[in-house]
Design a protein around this ligand. Structure first.
Ligand SMILES: Cc1cc2nc3c(=O)[nH]c(=O)nc-3n(C[C@H](O)[C@H](O)[C@H](O)COP(=O)(O)OP(=O)(O)OC[C@H]3O[C@@H](n4cnc5c(N)ncnc54)[C@H](O)[C@@H]3O)c2cc1C
Length: 448
């Protein structure tokens, strides 16, 4: 391992009176915000919090739609704990400081010849915020980002610094890698990476019925398959990514074409359409048919992170559930029927993805290959009924809500869909017996 040191002295962070998340769905007022530089400084914060009786909550990029990161106690910002700690290029492993953002990874991993095996739609998150909530991309050959964690350093609720990996406290890793921020402050993570690779992206329009009929085999055949369905239309947009070696050579989009497709079409024009839909909901079906009809085919080859990640400038709210992979077509048909029956006017597409089964205790893909179905609303649409009706359908198919996205489930309902739920709670009792990391969201989803 190649050590990299960072021993600059502690400086207090500017106090922040009110915290809000990216989607503007949650806010809270921490009594104090601190920005430690080391695990030892985190320990001092925990000791102080235990003396004063304040709860503690770390925060990453505040991109969760839920109140999972909210606190009225002590907020720990991790922006001073970013970057590479050490690398083991032979094994393809890197150890990163807990506050490192995903967008910083290409510059860290690229020179080592490494990349993340899979990514979600954006790269604004911190590595720990993303993994603690089970952030995932698409592709049945891959689990969520947390499944790549082979080790981590955790400051527990009693102020102990624990190294957890295959040789120390290995039994804690399946809980701590995806721990909802309930088990401690992750100050470092060690990730198993893969050699840098290219992705060939193919985006194309297709018929909804045909894509639903072939969803499972298509998903199994492709490296990364997903589709977007605009409610009130019978058409979808598919995105199929194929992994290629670097030697294949990139065929990237020109700057102009990326700008036209992503900034003008996806952000500006689509933004104008959803604004219009929010002012005049009755126009939404027509707008959706128009947006779908002008979406074009695209094919290009580029470095993996440039293909996985897109710019999402339009602010929205999101609810996403995982369901057993085979249930996806039926769930989508039920959602479509519900939208028409209840006369919801939905301007945002429904996104459908997949991920491999894994063994992390609270992973939404625990023990089963999973389909992910995400419904969205423009942030200014105030109606809550669409999410409520969608959630009823998703939950009825043994659905598990994304921990960082909007949902209404409580501990007893979640216990029924997570076979290792009680093992996770026992780990919480061991690592945070006095509930230093508690907040109302965790009390709801895990119990007191
Ligand atoms: C536009 C947008 C697109 C998204 N796309 C996807 C997607 O494609 N796939 C997907 O699965 N999700 C997606 N998400 C959800 C997002 O990835 C998760 O909500 C993720 O948690 C956000 O990361 P963050 O750094 O902002 O975490 P935060 O929201 O800041 O924190 C999340 C949780 O992690 C805890 N935490 C943070 N740092 C630490 C630490 N060091 N130690 C312990 N706990 C910690 C916090 O206390 C909190 O409980 C998206 C969200 C948005 C807004």
């Amino acid at each position: 391992m190649l050590p990299v040191t960072n021993d600059r002295p502690e400086r207090p962070a500017p106090a922040r009176s009110t915290w809000t998340n990216w989607a503007r769905t949650e806010r809270s007022s921490p009594v104090l915000t601190v920005a430690p530089r080391s695990a030892e400084q985190v320990v001092r914060v925990i000791e102080r919090a235990r003396e004063t009786g304040h709860p503690v909550k770390p925060i990453g990029a505040s991109h969760s739609f839920t109140a999972i990161g909210a606190t009225d106690g002590i907020r720990i910002g991790l922006d001073r704990m970013q970057g590479l700690v050490s690398a083991d290029p032979e094994r393809g492993r890197v150890t990163l400081r807990g506050g490192t953002r995903l967008w910083q990874l290409p510059a860290i991993l690229g020179p080592l010849g490494l990349a993340l095996p899979n990514m979600g739609d954006i790269d604004r998150q911190s590595i720990t915020g993303a993994t603690q909530t089970g952030t995932h991309g698409t592709g049945l050959g891959h689990g969520g980002i947390a499944t790549g964690i082979v080790g981590l350093t955790l400051v527990t609720g009693t102020g102990e610094i624990l190294r957890i990996d295959e040789s120390e406290h290995a039994e804690l890793l399946p809980a701590a890698a995806l721990g909802l921020g309930a088990l401690g402050i992750v100050t470092e993570v060690t990730l198993q990476c893969v050699p840098r690779f290219l992705l060939q992206a193919e985006e194309a329009p297709a018929a909804l019925g045909e894509v639903l009929d072939t969803f499972v085999p298509r998903t199994r055949a492709a490296d990364h398959f997903e589709f977007f369905w605009f409610p009130h239309t019978r058409a979808v947009r598919t995105k199929t990514n194929t992994r290629l070696p670097l030697a294949h050579g990139a065929e990237p989009l020109t700057r102009l074409s990326r700008f036209v497709d992503e900034e003008l079409a996806n952000n500006l024009a689509f933004g104008a359409c959803v604004e219009l839909g929010s002012i005049a909901p009755a126009a939404t079906p027509g707008i959706n048919r128009f947006v779908e009809s002008v979406s074009s085919r695209r094919r290009y080859v580029d470095e993996s992170h440039r293909v996985f990640v897109t710019n999402r400038r339009i602010r929205f709210r999101e609810l996403e559930y995982s369901v057993p992979l085979e249930a996806v077509p039926e769930v989508m048909r039920e959602l479509g029927a519900m939208i028409e029956r209840k006369r919801h006017r939905v301007s945002f597409p429904i996104e459908v993805r997949a991920a491999a089964a894994d063994g992390l205790l609270l992973s939404t893909a625990h023990g089963r290959d999973s389909g992910y179905i995400a419904v969205h609303r423009f942030h200014r649409d105030r109606d809550r009924e669409y999410f409520r009706d969608a959630e009823e359908i998703l939950a009825a198919h043994a659905g598990r809500p994304h921990w960082g996205k909007m949902h209404t489930r409580g501990a007893e309902e979640l216990r029924a869909v997570y076979p290792e739920f009680d093992r996770f709670r026992a780990t919480r009792d061991r690592l945070d017996p006095d509930r230093v990391f508690a907040n109302p969201y965790l009390s709801r989803v895990l119990g007191e």
